[in-house]
Write a protein that binds this ligand. Structure first.
Ligand SMILES: [Zn+2]
Length: 351
């Protein structure tokens, strides 16, 4: 900088910077924005929460919350397996068969024992007989689960093919939660946009995983392609809410695929123009889901996101948050809301 510039008040002003020492977790800026706030107490149509986990919840307490904020049904993905899973299905079914459905959890417990893949097909049949309305395969497939040979099991392991074909025969969808947000595959450092979340859950980081996120999503896509008769649900906006162009291509390529929006309001709501276009364009393939403990305010924040044009508000989240940003409502049209809240889920539930 020349001497004249270094003494100039304007230059001094625009170049001033402070080295700040304030713990990130103590930094809680309060927005001074004054914009419209619309509380949406009930969704535009009775909603089906297609992605939740109710194992630890009291069905009657959950029903009260559902009644208060217009949730017609919750599809609970049990994380129990074996007899415990059957007991959970029973418990919720007995309380209110029209309000609760259960998706079963893939049981890998004896994956090392011979005959595992054949047995899992029989198990699926039994679970569906007992009322399960789907089966979920979690991210441990491809990231941590190992077979008898000590190698990681691939998402597109051909030995799983009979299971996916059986699901088609039984008329139930297969839900995949494969990989995780992009930020979970890069170092936990000052450049990581989910730093606080990963600091609270270091085990959620898959930085340095054996299969890259791209490889995992490619393996999953191969499964969608190989089983066109099977309906698949790719949870959490197909684990690529950061890149809706990718999810659009995936939905274009595979007519047997749905996605849920569980735990991705933060991602969708920070790109409201792109998200709105995406949600409208693929309205017949998107499922409302929350993946958060049932709570009236949690549901109402989702309604506010989907139904209003409110700006810059807090997204629904678990305690460690997902990233330091706020969201914008996508004010979806009625016919789109009807499909996302309810109609698409009805297509996947047994009639
Ligand atoms: Zn979940």
């Amino acid at each position: 900088m020349n001497k004249m510039a270094s003494q100039d008040k304007f230059v001094a002003m625009v170049t001033a910077k402070a080295e700040v020492e304030l713990p990130l977790s103590s930094f809680e800026p309060r927005s001074m924005l004054k914009t419209a706030v619309h509380e949406v107490r009930h969704p535009a149509v009775p909603a089906i929460d297609y992605h939740n986990h109710l194992d630890a919840q009291d069905p009657l307490a959950v029903l009260r919350i559902m009644d208060e904020c217009g949730i017609e049904r919750i599809v609970s993905i049990t994380m129990q397996v074996g007899q415990a899973a059957l007991d959970i299905i029973q418990k919720f079914h007995q309380t209110a068969p029209n309000r609760f459905s259960t998706i079963a959890w893939m049981d890998w417990q004896d994956v090392l024992q011979p005959g595992f893949f054949e047995r899992s097909v029989d198990q699926l049949e039994r679970l569906v007989e007992q009322g399960a309305c789907g089966i979920k395969l979690w991210k441990d497939l491809g990231l941590t689960l190992r077979g008898a040979d000590g190698k990681l099991l691939r998402v597109d392991d051909e030995r799983l093919a009979p299971l996916f074909e059986k699901a088609a025969e039984l008329g139930i969808p297969v839900m995949f939660h494969t990989a995780d947000p992009d930020a979970f595959f890069v170092p936990i450092d000052r450049f990581n946009e989910r730093y606080e979340e990963l600091a609270a859950h270091p085990d959620w980081s898959f930085y340095g995983s054996e299969y890259s996120k791209e490889e995992l999503l490619d393996q999953r896509e191969l499964v969608f392609a190989r089983h066109p008769r099977t309906t698949f649900v790719a949870a959490h906006v197909a684990e690529r809410a950061e890149n809706l162009a990718y999810v659009g291509r995936l939905l274009d390529a595979h007519a047997n695929l749905f996605v849920d929006i569980g735990a991705r309001t933060a991602e969708l709501g920070r790109q409201p123009y792109t998200a709105r276009d995406f949600l409208i364009r693929y309205a017949s393939r998107i499922l409302f889901g929350t993946d958060l403990v049932p709570d009236v305010q949690m549901y109402r924040l989702h309604f506010r996101f989907l139904e209003t044009a409110d700006e810059y508000f807090e997204y629904p989240s678990h305690a460690s948050r997902q990233g330091r940003w706020n969201i914008y409502g996508v004010h979806l049209p009625q016919d789109v809301l009807r499909q996302i809240y309810r109609d698409n889920a009805l297509r996947l539930l047994p009639h």
